[in-house]
Every structure is written in C-alpha cells, then in structure tokens.
Design a protein around this ligand. Structure first.
Ligand SMILES: N[C@@H](CCC(=O)N[C@@H](CS)C(=O)NCC(=O)O)C(=O)O
Length: 218
C-alpha cells in the first residue's frame, strides 16, 4: 500500500518530501491539510502526530514526521541505492550537517516569518529579518564554493531539503545574482531537475498568497 503523506504544497518541508518521492519514483497517497483552517489540531491528526506538524508520513502503520527524517527514511526504504544519502561515513556526515542547517536555520524562517504571515494574519516586518536571511544566503554561497551540489559532487537529500526552503525565502527576500552567484547557479540547476515540478507548484501558490497578503487591506 502506498504511504500516506499529510501535507500542504505551500509548506517547503512538504515540498521536500514530494520532490524526494518523485525522484524515487514512489507514489504517495496525499492527504491535503489546510493550516488556515487549523486542520492540524483535529483530534484525529493529533492522534497521529501530537506535535501537529506537516509533513507527516504514515507507511503501513509506521508514523514519522519532520521532513528531514521522512526523506532519509524514504531513501532508506524505497531507494535502489544510496546515491541520495550516502552510507560513506564522511559523506553522510556532511549531508547530515546540511540537513541540520536547513532544520535549524533556513527552514526556521518558515516558522518565524512565513507561517505567521500565512495563517495568523500577523504583520511581520521582513526588514527585521532581512539581515539574518542575507547571512543565511552568504553561508549557502560559501558552502557552494567547493561543490556543485550542497553536500558534494552529487545531488543528495540535503539539496532536496534546502531547495524548497531557500526558494521560499527568495520570495520574501530576493536572492541577488551578483551577490550570490553560486547560490543562483545551484537554484537554476535544481530548476532543471524533473522532480523540481513538485517544488514549483507550491512555490507559485506561496507567491500568490503572499502577494495577496501584501496588497489586500485585510
Ligand atoms: N522541521 C519540520 C517543520 C515542520 C513544520 O513546522 N511544519 C509547519 C508547516 S510548514 C506546520 O505543520 N505548522 C503547523 C503547526 O505547527 O501547528 C519539518 O521539516 O518537517
């Protein structure tokens, strides 16, 4: 039976799972959640995930949440090889470092900026966060100085995790090609991947929602 993914395309973390599933050729049974209706707090969903976050995956009764844990699990269970998540100790350590960088730094902006804007109608001053976002771009730029992909010569789950997070941040603080040439090239390379379509759909939705938030007097 296909694993069930509780998700919303707007969420960068969910898009990381969709991209990974696409690259693995894995079909997921998708259950869309509307966070603006607070569906994550429904008693049924809280039974599955008391932390009430999406993405959450249910695979034959095995439940796991947090996109980073989910994509590592999917590659381990459904991947034909370890290309996306090397078993070599040092290669894997670098991938893990980048995954934790996403989790603790880049993806964290989703919680502090995007989600309050989208779901709590909160007025967030992007200017207050601009400096730390630019610092994040500068770090990514440095990581990409030595390698074409974020954790080495090959595409890995660290790229699949960071691409949705960074492209979502780009919607609120655009990435300057002049200041961040390596970061720009990495995004352009990612856009050419067949699995990128799974990021594009949600990213466009996010753009539309945020532009509406900026012009509506509501
Ligand atoms: N680090 C987590 C972040 C998950 C997360 O915060 N998801 C947000 C949507 S982007 C969510 O479910 N928010 C609803 C809530 O926390 O109640 C991951 O990578 O899965």
């Amino acid at each position: 039976m296909a694993p069930t993914l509780y998700m919303s395309e707007i969420s960068p973390s969910c898009r990381a799972v969709l991209m990974t599933a696409r690259i693995l050729g894995l079909t997921l049974k998708v259950k869309k959640m509307d966070l603006s209706k607070q569906e994550q707090f429904s008693p049924n969903f809280l039974k599955i995930n008391p932390q009430h976050t999406i993405p959450t995956l249910c695979d034959n009764g095995f439940i796991i949440w947090d996109s980073h844990a989910i994509i590592a699990f999917l590659v381990g269970k459904y991947g034909n090889d370890d290309q996306l998540y090397s078993k070599d100790i040092m290669e894997r350590a670098l991938i893990d470092q980048r995954l934790h960088f996403d989790s603790s730094v880049v993806n964290n902006f989703t919680r502090t900026i995007l989600n309050p804007m989208l779901y709590n109608n909160a007025h967030i001053s992007v200017d207050e966060h601009r400096e730390s976002i630019l610092k994040t771009y500068a770090l990514m730029e440095k990581f990409l100085r030595s390698y074409p992909w974020i954790a080495g010569k090959k595409l890995t789950i660290a790229d699949l995790s960071l691409i949705p997070s960074i492209t979502s941040l780009d919607v609120i603080v655009p990435i300057s090609r002049e200041d961040y040439p390596n970061l720009t090239k990495w995004i352009e390379k990612a856009e050419r991947l067949p699995c990128y379509v799974e990021n594009e759909n949600g990213l466009n939705l996010l753009r539309d929602l945020l532009s509406c938030r900026c012009c509506c007097p509501c």
